[in-house]
Design a protein around this ligand. Structure first.
Ligand code: URA
Length: 437
């Protein structure tokens, strides 16, 4: 087989075979096909697309380019939850312990933040001593023994994706639905769970800007998962404003802990109940939505979900006292208020813009290697659509210096607007069904 023929075939809009896709992935991972040729193929895929079968074959070739975690020794249906990301999204830290407390084994591999989006691993590292680098063996044993673990993706999971993502990043080929779908699903499939609850976000704070693109991405990812024999559940959520009030690593963990103690803002509650419920149903621990909601409520009210989170923190080397004492989180030395310059209705014009504040404050990264500060961020006091009066506190900025705080304040003010009339907003959760969206 000749790789130039494969590039030309895709350039001309033709469908690649399983063998050609395997030749591409195997050749690239082994170093036999150079970056410049793979770049040409990626651009051809970007321009001409892939059908569902090609996307599935690409995903499987990537998933099989490294280790596949073997969770088969753990009884029950292992459920993973994946979100395409957003601003202030602390839902993974809430639904994992809830589902685990409800009896579903949760073996979760999470990522780090990049650009305007945060990452669960960074957030959890704000807990002193917390380890996200458990070995695969420790990870599986912990899920077996306590039903819940949350770690970083090991280097051996889908190495083809690591190489391809780095190349996509520098060749203008990141924003391509078949490439995004295969990238995410290759890692999910290699991570070994039996069912995936998939949340695809859309809006100004998400990778997918429109509901239509989010639907396309969700349906392709669900198709891949189903072809691979996984149980898939898809949920579309709005990301036109941050979820909840906290935006920033340690601040979001604190909000997640409060949620597990039963205190949730309406938007966090809606998404958390939905996704935790889906995990319980997918894991066979609830037969319908009503039973799922009642289990979610029960494990929160009884403190079992919080206890699961506490146990997971302790087991992974973290200081579990953070559950009861927020002062044990890293504290930013400078705090300033941002106040409304006029009366009216608050609107968020750029959710990503609010995410950018965290980057300005040093809590988000531009490149994967960048060190970040875990204490900084924003505590919002108002949501979009809220009536505010001149001088009302809109948010509190936690910063390392007065200069950073001033820059973040400008960025926040550029991301919101106060107007005389209240805008109408769509539903937070757009489409839910157990199969295809
Ligand atoms: N997240 C991934 O893992 N891959 C992509 O391509 C986009 C988002």
């Amino acid at each position: 087989m000749n790789f130039i023929d494969i590039i030309e075939k895709k350039r001309d809009g033709l469908k690649l075979t399983r063998e050609e896709i395997r030749f591409f992935i195997d050749g690239y991972v082994s170093g036999n096909i150079p970056d410049y040729q793979v770049s040409a193929l990626l651009m051809a895929i970007y321009l001409k697309g892939c059908d569902n079968e090609e996307t599935y074959e690409l995903t499987m070739a990537m998933a099989e380019s490294g280790d596949r975690v073997d969770l088969s020794g753990i009884p029950g249906i292992k459920v993973d939850k994946h979100s395409t990301g957003g601003v202030g999204d602390k839902v993974s830290m809430i639904v994992g312990p809830i589902a685990a407390a409800g009896g579903v084994p949760v073996a979760k591999m999470s990522g780090r933040g990049l650009g305007f989006t945060g990452g669960t691993l960074d957030k959890l590292e704000s807990i002193s001593g917390f380890r996200v680098d458990l070995s695969e063996e420790e990870f599986v044993r912990q899920v077996q023994e306590m039903g819940y673990s949350l770690i970083g993706q090991s280097k051996e999971i889908a190495p083809a994706d690591k190489l391809l993502y780095a190349l996509r990043d520098v060749t203008g080929t990141v924003g391509c639905i078949p490439l995004i779908a295969s990238s995410i699903m290759s890692k999910k499939i290699a991570a070994g769970s039996d069912a995936i609850v998939l949340e695809v976000t859309h809006g100004t704070g998400a990778f997918m800007k429109t509901e239509e693109d989010a639907k396309k991405l969700a349906s392709i990812m669900m198709d891949i998962g189903e072809r691979a024999g996984l149980k898939m559940v898809g949920v579309l959520t709005d990301m036109n404003e941050p979820l909840g009030y906290a935006v920033g690593n340690s601040l979001e963990v604190i909000e997640a802990i409060e949620a597990l103690k039963g205190s949730m803002l309406p938007d966090v509650k809606k998404v958390a109940y939905e996704l935790a419920g889906d995990m319980l149903i997918a894991g066979g621990k609830a037969s319908d939505r009503e039973e799922a909601v009642s289990t979610v409520k029960r494990v929160i009210d009884s403190g079992e979900a919080l206890e699961k989170f506490r146990q997971m923190i302790a087991r992974q080397g973290g200081d579990p006292r953070v559950i009861d004492d927020q002062n044990l989180f890293p504290q930013a030395p400078v705090r300033i208020e941002v106040n409304a310059s006029r009366s009216g209705y608050l609107d968020v014009t750029s959710c990503a813009g609010i995410g950018e504040c965290v980057k300005i404050l040093g809590g988000g990264r531009m490149t994967k290697e960048q060190e970040i500060d875990l204490s900084v961020g924003l505590k919002l006091c108002r949501k979009r659509g809220d009536r505010v009066e001149e001088g009302d506190k809109l948010c509190e900025i936690h910063a390392l210096s007065e200069e950073d705080a001033a820059l973040a304040k400008d960025q926040y003010l550029a991301s919101v607007n106060i107007s005389d009339s209240r805008k109408e907003y769509g539903e937070l959760i757009y489409t839910i069904n157990g199969k295809s969206v």
